[in-house]
Design a binder for this molecule. Structure first.
Ligand SMILES: Nc1ncnc2c1ncn2[C@@H]1O[C@H](COP(=O)(O)OP(=O)(O)OP(=O)(O)O)[C@@H](O)[C@H]1O
Ligand SMILES: [Mg+2]
Length: 251
C-alpha cells in the first residue's frame, strides 16, 4: 500500500459485489480524503446502499478491497460509524431513545461491562447535540421520521468514530430536522471528521458536500463538487432523458 492511500479516510480498489449473477457494484474505486463531506449520488438501484454495506463488511465482495486510513475495516472498526437507511431498521424493537443511543458506547465498553456515568454523560451530550433530550424516555417505535434520524445521529455521535457513513440521513425529515443534521455534520467536519452520505436531493449537494461521487453500478464521476458535479456527469449517471433543471439542478 502506498503512502498516499494511507492518508485516505476511505478507499476501495476494484470493488465488485453482486446479490445474484449480475454485479450491482462493478470495479468501484472510491476514494475519500479525510475531513470532508462526501456525497454519494445516483439513481434508485445504483448501488449506493450496497456500497456503504460493502465498506463495513455487511456485503461480501466478489473482488477488490476496502480500507480506512490504510487499514482493513476489521482493524479500523472503532473508527467507523454507520447510520443505516431508515426503512431498513426494525423500529418495533422495544427500547427507549436513551438506551438505543447508549448502545453506541458499547464498542468502547467491551463485553459484560455495565455503562458507567461516563457513558451516560456521553449519551446525554449526544442527545443534546441533536436536540432530543426531551424525548430520551420515548420508545423508538413512537418516534416521527425526523426524530428517528436524530436518534440515529446521536447514536453515531456517541460512537465517536472518525468516519461517519450515513445512508440518506434526510429521508423523511422536515426542514428543521434537516438543518439540525446538516449543522451537526458540518461541526463534525470542522473537527476533522469524515462524513460520507448517500444523498438524493441534487439541489443541496453544493451546499452540503465538498466532494461528490456519482454512482451507477460503477463510478461515473468523482472529485471535488466543483469539478465532478457537472451537468454532463449528471446526465451520464441519471440518463439524458432526465432534466436536471426541472429537478432544481443549477450549473
Ligand atoms: N437483498 C437484495 N437482494 C437482491 N438484490 C438486491 C438486494 N438489495 C438490493 N438489491 C438490488 O441491488 C441493486 C442496488 O441496490 P441498492 O439498495 O444498493 O441501491 P440504492 O442506490 O441504495 O437505491 P435507492 O436510491 O433506492 O436507495 C438494486 O438493483 C437492487 O434491486
Ligand atoms: Mg439506498
Amino acid at each position: 500500500m502506498n503512502s498516499t492511500s494511507t492518508l485516505l479516510a476511505c478507499e476501495t480498489t476494484g470493488l465488485t459485489a453482486a446479490y445474484g449473477d449480475e454485479p450491482v457494484l462493478r470495479d468501484v474505486n472510491f476514494r475519500v480524503p479525510p475531513g470532508v463531506v462526501m456525497g454519494i449520488v445516483g439513481p434508485n438501484g445504483a448501488g449506493k446502499t450496497t456500497l456503504l454495506m460493502a465498506l463495513i463488511g455487511l456485503m461480501p465482495l466478489l473482488s477488490g478491497s476496502v480500507s480506512f486510513f490504510g487499514q482493513t475495516h476489521q482493524q479500523a472498526r472503532r473508527r467507523v460509524g454507520y447510520m443505516p437507511q431508515q426503512r431498513s431498521v426494525d423500529w418495533d424493537f422495544p427500547t427507549t431513545v436513551f438506551d438505543a443511543v447508549m448502545m453506541g458506547t458499547y464498542g468502547s465498553l467491551g463485553w459484560f461491562k455495565r455503562p458507567s456515568s461516563l457513558e451516560r454523560d456521553r449519551t446525554w451530550r449526544a442527545l443534546a447535540e441533536v436536540e432530543m433530550t426531551d424525548l430520551a424516555d420515548r420508545q423508538i417505535g413512537e418516534l416521527s421520521g425526523g426524530q428517528r434520524q436524530r436518534t440515529f445521529l446521536a447514536r453515531a455521535l456517541v460512537e465517536e468514530p472518525d468516519v461517519y457513513l450515513m445512508d440518506e440521513p434526510f429521508q423523511g425529515v422536515d426542514a428543521a430536522s434537516e438543518k439540525a443534521i446538516v449543522t451537526v455534520m458540518h461541526a463534525l467536519r470542522e473537527r476533522g471528521k469524515t462524513i460520507i452520505i448517500v444523498h438524493h436531493d441534487l439541489t443541496t449537494v453544493r451546499a452540503y458536500c465538498d466532494w461528490v461521487t456519482l454512482l451507477r453500478v460503477g463510478i461515473v464521476a468523482a472529485g471535488p463538487v466543483d469539478e465532478a458535479f457537472t451537468e454532463e456527469n449528471l446526465h451520464a449517471a441519471y440518463g439524458r432523458s432526465n432534466t436536471f433543471v426541472g429537478a432544481g439542478f443549477v450549473e
